[in-house]
Design a protein around this ligand. Structure first.
Ligand code: NAP
Length: 309
C-alpha cells in the first residue's frame, strides 16, 4: 500500500511529488496519458519564476520530474481507470491492476476545448490541431495561410509561434478585443503577419470530402455576414476543460467539472486532495498549479500525521 498516490504529472503533480518525497512518504506518481501535462504542448515558458530567459515547457517538466525522483518519488506510465474513495485504504484500478493508497492527490489538469463545428472532428490531424508547438512545423502548413481561433494567451502564443511557418496567420476571435495578457496582445497587434478577424466565429471547417483542411466558413457576429477563408490549417485555442470525468460521483465538483476543495486542498473526501487546473478555473498558471501541488502535499502529510497520532 502507498502512503500517497498522485494522479497526474503536470506542474501540480510533480510539485506534490517533490514535497511528499522530501517528507519521506515515497509517493507514487501515475503519469497518465499525457506525461508532463499541458505545459509539454507549449513552447517557451517565460513566466515561471527563476528562469529569466524562459525555458521550454518539456524541459521544465522533465526538470521537475528529476527533482521529485531525486528525493524518492516513483513514477509509472499508468492510467487510472476507476477509483473507489468510499473505503480506506482508497482503491484505484490502474491499467487493470489494483493500487491501494492512504491518501490520493488528484492533479489531472485540463484538456483543450473543442469548437464543436462540422468538420472539426473529421479533419483532426488532417489540418485541424490544438497545438501549434506540436504540429506547426509540419510541411502541410509551410508558407500557407493558417487560422488560429481564440483570443486568450494560448491563441496569441499559437499565432506568434505560427508566424515562423505560415504565410498569413488569421486570428479569429468572437469579440473585438483580446482576453490575453497585455504583453501577448501587444506582440500580436504589432506582428505584421498576424491578421485579427474580430467579432467572428468559425462555423464549419472545410473540406471533409477532400479529407484535408482547405478553408473555414466564417460568420461575422455583428453583421451576420458569412464568408469562406482559404487556409491549410486550423489551430484551436479556446481554453480548457478539467480532466475530472473519472471522479464524478466520488468528489464534489462544480457544474463545469472543476473539483471543489472543501478545506485547503482537501476535497469532499477526507484524505483525497486536489491541485492544479482540475480545480482552478481562475488562475490556471504553471506557477499557481505548482503552488497548489505544494499545498496539497503539505495537507496530505498533515492528514497522515494526524491519523497516526
Ligand atoms: P482563456 O484565457 O480561457 O481564453 C479562451 C479564449 O477562447 C477566449 O478569448 C474566449 O473568448 C475564446 N473562446 C472560448 N470558447 C470559445 C468558443 N466556443 N468559440 C470561440 N471562441 C471561444 O484560455 P487560454 O488562452 O487557453 O488561457 C488559459 C490560461 O492559461 C489563462 O490564465 C492564460 O493566462 C494562461 N496562459 C498563459 C500563457 C502565457 O503567459 N504565455 C500562455 C497560455 C496560457 P472570450 O474572450 O470572448 O471569452
Amino acid at each position: 500500500m502507498h502512503k500517497v498516490v498522485i494522479i497526474g504529472s503536470g506542474c501540480a503533480g510533480w510539485t506534490a511529488a517533490l514535497y511528499t518525497a522530501r517528507a519521506n512518504l515515497q509517493p507514487l506518481v501515475l503519469m497518465g496519458a499525457q506525461p508532463g501535462g499541458l505545459l509539454t504542448t507549449t513552447s517557451i515558458v517565460e513566466n515561471f519564476p527563476g528562469f529569466p530567459e524562459g525555458l521550454d515547457g518539456c524541459e521544465l517538466m522533465s526538470r521537475m520530474q528529476k527533482q521529485a525522483e531525486r528525493f524518492g518519488a516513483k513514477a509509472t506510465f499508468g492510467c487510472v481507470e476507476k477509483v473507489n474513495f468510499s473505503k480506506s485504504p482508497f482503491e484505484l484500478i490502474v491499467d487493470g491492476e489494483k493500487v491501494e493508497a492512504e491518501t490520493v492527490i488528484i492533479a489531472t489538469g485540463a484538456s483543450h476545448k473543442h469548437l464543436e463545428v462540422p468538420g472539426e472532428e473529421l479533419l483532426e490531424t488532417k489540418g485541424v490541431t490544438y497545438c501549434a508547438t506540436c504540429d506547426g512545423a509540419l510541411p502541410i502548413f509551410r508558407n500557407q495561410p493558417l487560422v488560429v481561433v481564440g483570443g486568450g494567451d494560448s491563441a496569441c502564443e499559437e499565432a506568434l509561434y505560427l508566424t515562423r511557418f505560415g504565410s498569413e496567420i488569421y486570428l479569429v476571435h468572437r469579440r473585438d478585443s483580446l482576453r490575453a495578457s497585455k504583453i501577448m496582445a501587444e506582440r500580436v497587434h504589432s506582428h505584421k503577419t498576424i491578421k485579427p478577424l474580430w467579432n467572428s466565429v468559425v462555423t464549419e471547417i472545410l473540406d471533409v470530402k477532400q479529407d484535408k483542411v482547405t478553408a473555414v466558413r466564417l460568420k461575422n457576429l455583428k453583421s451576420g455576414a458569412e464568408s469562406v477563408l482559404d487556409c491549410a490549417g486550423v489551430f484551436i485555442a479556446i481554453g480548457h476543460s478539467p480532466n475530472t470525468t473519472l471522479f464524478k460521483q466520488h468528489v464534489a465538483m462544480d457544474a463545469n467539472g472543476f473539483i471543489i476543495p472543501k478545506s485547503g486542498t482537501m476535497t469532499s473526501v477526507p484524505g483525497v486532495f486536489v491541485a492544479g487546473d482540475c480545480a482552478d478555473h481562475v488562475y490556471r498558471q504553471a506557477v499557481t498549479a505548482a503552488g497548489m501541488g505544494c499545498a496539497a502535499a503539505i495537507d496530505a502529510e498533515r492528514f497522515l500525521a494526524a491519523r497516526n497520532e
